[in-house]
Design a binder for this molecule. Structure first.
Ligand code: AMP
Length: 182
């Protein structure tokens, strides 16, 4: 079975640079022959990511909650489109199908998914890589605050080491594999 990466990203931005970034990530996933697991919507970065992965030979699995089918526009071109009853089921299926996780720029949905995946890895619920693509300093504010929490003793070294931050697409995708056990 192909290596499978779950990508979290915005379902709302129209910033052309970020849509292009999502397309670039999708293209690289496709070129590497990986499977993309994502939110199963056609909107914003989610849509750009999945269509570009397919255009470059990648297999795509979309996981979308029923109640978001209008807002996020189901990606019927996905190799598999899985419809769930709620967000919890969506995240569980995405986690089940993924060998690794990548967060691109996004809003609170992306952050929620990133933090759940990150803490899941840190607490030993899975041993899959978790990578953030900090494109153009998008996540700098978050990591500055997390560094402060680290200095104040709220974040451990082990937690901090459980995530990788990359500045460009190739470095981010390289960091997703091979699978590391911690
Ligand atoms: P956003 O980053 O806010 O644009 O959202 C990106 C994706 O995360 C969208 O597909 C949202 O439906 C999804 N999302 C929003 N809230 C949650 C949540 N609590 N759990 C899982 N996914 C979510």
């Amino acid at each position: 079975m192909a290596f499978s990466v779950c990508v979290y990203c915005s379902a709302s931005t129209t910033d052309p640079a970020l849509l292009e970034l999502a397309a670039e990530v999708g293209a690289e996933i496709g070129r590497r022959g990986w499977t993309l697991v994502s939110g199963g919507g056609r909107v914003s970065m989610m849509g750009a990511l999945a269509s570009s992965a397919r255009a470059n030979g990648g297999y795509t699995i979309g996981v979308i909650p029923r109640h978001l089918m209008t807002a996020e526009v189901p990606d019927h071109d996905a190799g598999e489109l899985l419809v769930t009853n709620n967000m919890g089921e969506r995240k569980a299926l995405m986690t089940k199908y993924a060998d690794a996780f990548l967060a691109l720029p996004g809003g609170i949905g992306t952050l929620e998914e990133l933090f759940e995946t990150w803490t899941g890895g840190y607490l030993g619920e899975h041993s899959k890589p978790v990578v953030v693509l900090d494109h153009d300093g998008f996540y700098d504010g978050l990591f500055t605050w997390l560094d402060e929490l680290y200095e104040r003793g709220f974040v451990t070294t082990r937690a901090r080491d459980r995530i990788s931050v990359a500045r460009d697409v190739a470095t981010a995708l390289d960091a997703l594999t091979p699978i590391r056990a911690i």
